[in-house]
Design a protein around this ligand. Structure first.
Ligand code: R5P
Length: 302
């Protein structure tokens, strides 16, 4: 299969891990800003007739999306056979309905933009809450891989007698899967979010925390308020050091430092590059890339 990976800036490490297993080449893209901050982009590899796979995790997406769309358009103009997007973290999934009159449902609008430029999408644990699958908003073929088995394995190897704890009801889908694979019990806390950075976490039955090592598991750490408040609650009620494991560590507002200050040991998957990365999700992507890049007739594609 003639696959050419094109990592966007910051995605070189994960692209190398994927390329090594796929036996794929990594292409070169020259990219910079003009003085007026418009994007200059030049494809320095031949894409003609190739299965092009753009690798771009989409945390802090607003500065990434325009260069990404330019890159896809350029590859198409220069004869790429198909263009896929591997976005280990998929942005704009949480504004999934009009919570207040007049609000943009950006999840749908973002999905439309991506679907118009790419032929397929692979991602890791997108925040599916009110949507049951990506196909509700993406019109291209999509594949979702789940980090839960890798997180369970990490817990099995590193934490004796864990109690897996979800910080809110939304996390139960990840927490129950992780706990079941790790052969550990789990419990879920309650969260009341009053604003972007205003979160209250409570526990219905403190006896649920038992005498085990507390391991908080969530899909995303963004402002960190959810994990920080959950860590404080648990630290006040148990003697173990709370571990905080997230699939996607965005760490807005320097929340990595705030979590450390609250006494948490933080572990993340490498869907977003960060010093807390301890769980490699690259192996999960291989089969899906092969499948989508190889299946040139799959429905929904161009
Ligand atoms: C909730 O919808 C998610 O699963 C996470 O709990 C949430 O995104 C974390 O956000 P923050 O770190 O800003 O509290």
């Amino acid at each position: 299969m003639n696959i050419l990976l094109l990592p966007q800036p910051g995605n070189e490490a994960i692209a190398r891990l994927v390329a090594a297993t796929l036996g794929a080449q990594i292409g070169r893209v020259e990219q910079r800003k003009f003085p007026d901050e418009e994007t200059y982009l030049r494809l320095d590899s031949d894409v003609n007739g190739k299965q092009v796979v753009v690798v771009c995790t989409l945390d802090r997406p607003d500065n990434k999306i325009l260069p990404l769309l330019f890159l896809a358009a350029t590859a198409r103009e220069l004869g790429a056979k198909r263009i896929g997007l591997v976005a280990p973290y998929l942005a704009y999934m949480r504004q999934d309905r009009r919570f207040n009159p007049g609000e943009a449902v950006t999840s749908r609008q973002f999905a439309k933009l991506v679907s118009e430029s790419f032929d397929w999408l692979v991602t890791v644990d997108p925040h599916l809450h009110r949507y049951s699958s990506l196909s509700e908003i993406y019109s291209i073929p999509t594949k979702v891989v789940h980090a839960a088995p890798l997180i369970s394995e990490w817990i099995r190897l590193n934490i004796p007698d864990p109690l897996i704890i979800g910080p809110d009801s939304e996390s139960e889908q990840w927490v129950s899967a992780v706990a079941s694979d790790a052969g550990a019990p789990y419990t879920v806390l309650q969260k009341l979010r009053r604003g972007d950075r205003d979160v209250e976490i409570t526990i219905r039955n403190p006896h649920d925390l038992g005498g085990r090592t507390p391991v908080l598991v969530d899909d995303i750490i963004s402002s960190g308020r959810t994990m920080i408040e959950a860590t404080k609650l648990i630290a006040a009620r148990t003697s173990g050091i709370p571990h905080c494991i997230a699939v996607h560590g965005i760490f807005a507002d320097s929340s990595d430092a705030l979590l450390a200050k609250a006494g948490a040991r933080v572990i993340t998957c490498n869907s977003i590059h960060h010093e807390t990365n301890a769980i490699d999700i690259a192996p999960l992507l291989i089969h899906e890339i092969q499948d989508l890049a190889g299946n040139i007739n799959c429905s929904g594609g161009r």
